[in-house]
Write a protein that binds this ligand. Structure first.
Ligand SMILES: [Zn+2]
Length: 279
């Protein structure tokens, strides 16, 4: 979504309210206290009144927008800016863009950041994320490594450093395909996205802080190392055993840890992308 689209979708208070309502209560307005559906709407005070427990609540009760005098439209722009900027949007920028006081901007950015932390936004991966692809299945056991192995399923694996792992079955490794996988699985403000040198990763990851390493080289470039497809076989196989459909397969908790390659200085300093000072 770009700024223009943002303006079209969330340009008015009314549009923002509709969006929030649909997101918050996809099955109809529900009392946040007791769960009773279909409360009365009291137009004069713009509150719902629960038929079950008598609780009164607004669209924003219990959200970061509650009791804020800043219009939702500005909140939505702030959230957009904070989610799309690689390093998040500083309060100073929000102050300028939204035309609010610095104090308000600071409070908004603080609350959005807190909410993002707790909400774990769509379970997207964050921090340092490694992405790699693997070919699995077929007759040979172990899944031969290499792009273009026939009769195999292509899986893109994404892993948070020491954290969650996702595996997505894809039809191919074209840039558009990979971009869709990244967009749905990795937060835009992830500290770093590491992949190997495949060209389509470069195109797919252009919105991210992206580093590429060469598989053929044995050294590790600072934080950057891709995991090698083999590790993915574990969660993918586990997903199959559970009868999960192809698509997103959540990894089991106990994925064996990768054997770490010790950091080695390359023989020629020119070998290291970005200069020898990176290690
Ligand atoms: Zn209630």
């Amino acid at each position: 979504m770009d700024l223009l689209e943002l303006e079209q979708r969330f340009g008015t208070q009314r549009k923002c309210e509709e969006f929030l309502k649909a997101k918050r209560w996809p099955d109809g307005v529900t009392c946040p206290k007791c769960g009773t559906k279909r409360p009365y709407w009291i137009r004069t005070v713009r509150l719902w009144h629960c038929r079950g427990c008598g609780h009164r609540f607004s669209l924003t009760s219990g959200t970061i927008f509650h009791r804020s005098r800043t219009p939702l439209r500005k909140w939505f722009i702030a959230i957009y800016l904070m989610c799309t900027a690689k390093k998040g949007a500083p309060a100073k920028q929000l102050e300028r863009t939204l035309g609010v006081t610095y104090k308000t901007a600071w409070r908004m950015s603080h609350q959005i950041r807190q909410a993002m932390k707790h909400a774990d936004f769509d379970n997207k991966l964050a921090g340092i994320v490694e992405a790699d692809d693997a070919y699995v299945g077929g007759k040979r056991s172990g899944g031969k490594r290499g792009r273009g192995a026939p009769g195999k399923t292509i899986v893109v694996g994404l892993k948070e450093q020491n954290g969650a792992l996702k595996a997505v079955v894809v039809p191919d490794l074209k840039a558009d395909t990979l971009k869709a996988v990244l967009d749905s699985s990795v937060r835009l403000d992830a500290e770093m996205l590491c992949t190997d040198e495949l060209k389509s990763y470069g195109k797919a990851a252009k919105d991210y802080a992206h580093e590429q390493v060469k598989h053929s080289e044995t050294y590790v470039n600072g934080n950057v190392h891709t995991m090698g497809g083999r590790e993915l076989l574990v969660p993918v196989q586990a997903g199959r055993d559970k009868g999960l459909p192809p698509g997103l397969v959540q990894a089991p908790a106990s994925v064996p840890r990768r054997v770490r390659v010790p950091v080695q200085q390359p023989e020629e300093p020119g070998h290291l992308r970005g200069g020898a000072g990176r290690v």
